[in-house]
Design a protein around this ligand. Sequence first.
Ligand code: ZN
Length: 184
Amino acid sequence: MLKVTAGRWTLFLGTSMKKCNNCRELKPLKEFTQSKRVPSGYTTICKVCTCTRQYEWREHNRDKTRSAVRRYNEKHKDRVLAKCALYRATSPQYKITTKNNNDKRTKSGYKKAWTATHRANKIKATPKWANLEKIKHIYKGCPKGWHVDHVIPLRGRNVCGLHVETNLQYLPAHDNMSKSNKFN
Ligand SMILES: [Zn+2]
């Protein structure tokens, strides 16, 4: 590899390497964006540095970024709407989200009613001797994606459990929802 320095330009002859002006690392040419503005034909800073800089700029200028997106969406309304329609029609993730949103369990009214009833049941099922501090601690320590479950359900078919610390356990959210008020 031959290194030629002329003024502020450094050329590496017989190689496809280039030095990034930002991170100062020697990188292969494919790590740089092609640009007609500079004599070398490639941007002076590497793709990684370009991305980092852009990201930082957007973080510091959130309002500008937001209004730019809004302007773009308004100017290219048809294109954006078509893209959204395509996403709705083809994305598997979109189908899952819509299905979940339409599921009666997650419809807000149903959910609110269920939460309210459950809260009332908990109050009714809490004896005077229950250790409220311990119960609070159990609810606070519940890992993400898990539910606090009543081992013996508060309103079971055959038995009714109490809202006390010894009747509580952690259960994965999915298992808890399929358990309902069954107790085996
Ligand atoms: Zn770089």
